[in-house]
Design a binder for this molecule. Sequence first.
Ligand code: KG4
Ligand code: ZN
Length: 357
Amino acid sequence: MNKRPIILGIETSCDETAVSIIQDNESGIPKILSNIVSSQFDIHKEFGGVVPELAARSHVEKINLIAKKALDESGITLDKVSAVAVTSGPGLIICLSVGLNFAKSLASSLKVPFIGVNHLEGHALSPRLQTNINYPYLLLLISGGHSQFLSVNGLGSYTRLGTTIDDALGEAFDKTAKLLGIEFPGGPKLEKFAEKGDPNKFKLPKPIINKGGCNLSFAGLKTAILRIMKNINSEQAKYDLAASFQKTIEEILYFKSKIAFKEFSKNKVLEEKNFIVAGGVAANNGIRKKLIQVSNENNFKSIFPDFELCGDNAAMIALVGLEKFKQNKFNNLDLSASPRLPLDSSAKFLKGPGIKL
Ligand code: KG4
Ligand code: ZN
């Protein structure tokens, strides 16, 4: 048995094949021995979005190689691995199944524990790969599939304070980028594109800004962009529209974070109030700046994962695996993939027409 557990983490929930090896550390911040992420942008580019069958096929083709690369880079041998952790949901079911099957075979051949991990919990805990943060903390999770404010009370313990009632923020970025003619994956490129524009040129809607607490809504922006696009033809107008979109998102998040701060702080006496922003969209510089500002104004300390840990990766999956390993929270090999896997299972489903906020 290793003195300090070593966890091999696997992530295949969408279009990234990722394997990471981390080791527990006395500082409380695990050491990332390797963190390999292989993206499939080139495969999906011509379709303008992720095609599940192609994504799954690519995971099958690459997972062995990526695992080998992660092992080589970590400098450890398989017999030193204490447990195998893998994303079991949420995500594309055929993609999740590739990682799950690989992890099950590996864990059973090594005779080590097998641990299923909620992808969202990976994002939620990801800053703990870099810094010690005490529970509870406020989390804004902004990714391609989710946008939520949550109170992170501890491992496996979450209270949802707000969620998007339609599109996720990453999805809003991706769809807007597509409408503006930015090549897939457009979300991460939009901000750079917007730098050439005037953010005050177009007034875009801020859906449910004055109702629904810290719930969020972004679908109205996409509709507005679509409408405006029909009436513009210059490249400069597109830059202006991108800049206006970026600014509107920053303002929505600024406003809704203030509400989330209040809700999170209710009935709590905390020595320090931490605000973690995680998920792919947390890589957006303008959003980071605005959220640092609102945190400073409200006595919250804002913490963002490093850029390479914002997007999907397996180090965050290994991290949750490590925390579960320490608490002997293992899974049986019959664990199946879950396309939906909320962090707060008691929270109301808030999507679709007729939602009452
Ligand atoms: O967390 P993530 O890698 O995957 C999911 O779990 O969904 O997030 C991916 C999302 C995509 O929608 C992508 O467009 C968005 O994050 N994203 C960004 C930026 N970088 C990634 N959105 C805005 N600005 C960025 N810099
Ligand atoms: Zn993700």
